[in-house]
Design a protein around this ligand. Structure first.
Ligand code: XMP
Ligand code: MG
Length: 186
């Protein structure tokens, strides 16, 4: 285990087993639709790449990059599009793929923005849910795991753009970020 990690919350095999399950459900629900899976960069990069391999149907992928955290590990509520979609999603079935839903502010903004482009439907797939921190109500149609209110890294999730390459979800030792500002979500 990486020495900056206090505890492994979700192991690599637990992640992979859950992703297979989610992939099968999504494949069944969208088998006649050719959905567009939208990965939210950078955090969802590992999740989306494993999820599409677990999803044996015809589908498209696209990516958006948004920044939700300004200067800390706390959500600021300020959401900015850094990279937009490459395609027109009017009339398409959209599945947003997120790493983690925390306050819900990022997802709420994304849903509003994408809804305005008149897709045929929008659903949400999130790997992690920190429900105790929610500030706005958002729907999660496909969920991997509920997690406690701890700052987690690994499997795409970062602190200061580090730890994304860990194959598990771990809790970062708090002394590493206490009193520090400057995490940038992208
Ligand atoms: P909101 O609060 O808008 O946040 O739902 C969603 C985004 O915040 C990031 N986030 C985290 N990133 N460990 C991280 O590495 C965490 O524990 C954590 N909590 C929230 C994440 O990028 C997510 O897309
Ligand atoms: Mg981040």
């Amino acid at each position: 285990m990486n020495s900056d990690i206090e505890q492994i919350l979700i192991t690599e095999s637990e992640l992979q087993a859950k992703i297979k399950e989610l992939g099968s459900r999504i494949a069944e629900d969208y088998k006649d639709k050719i959905p567009v899976l939208i990965g939210v960069l950078n955090g969802a990069v590992m999740f989306v790449s494993d999820l599409i391999r677990a999803c044996p149907i015809q589908l498209n992928i696209d990516f958006m990059a948004v920044s939700s955290y300004q200067d800390s590990t706390e959500s600021s509520g300020v959401v900015k599009i850094i990279k937009d979609l490459d395609r027109n999603i009017s009339g398409r079935h959209i599945l947003i793929v997120e790493d983690i839903i925390d306050t819900g502010l990022t997802l709420s903004y994304l849903l509003e923005t994408l809804q305005a482009r008149h897709p045929a439907s929008i659903k949400v797939c999130a790997l992690l849910d920190k429900a105790s921190r929610r500030r706005v109500n958002v729907p999660i149609d496909y969920l991997g795991f509920q997690i406690p209110d701890k700052f987690v890294v690994g499997y795409g999730l970062d602190f200061r753009d580090l730890y994304r390459n860990l194959p598990y979800i771990g809790v970062l030792k708090p002394y590493l970020y206490e009193g520090i500002t400057g995490d940038n979500d992208i």
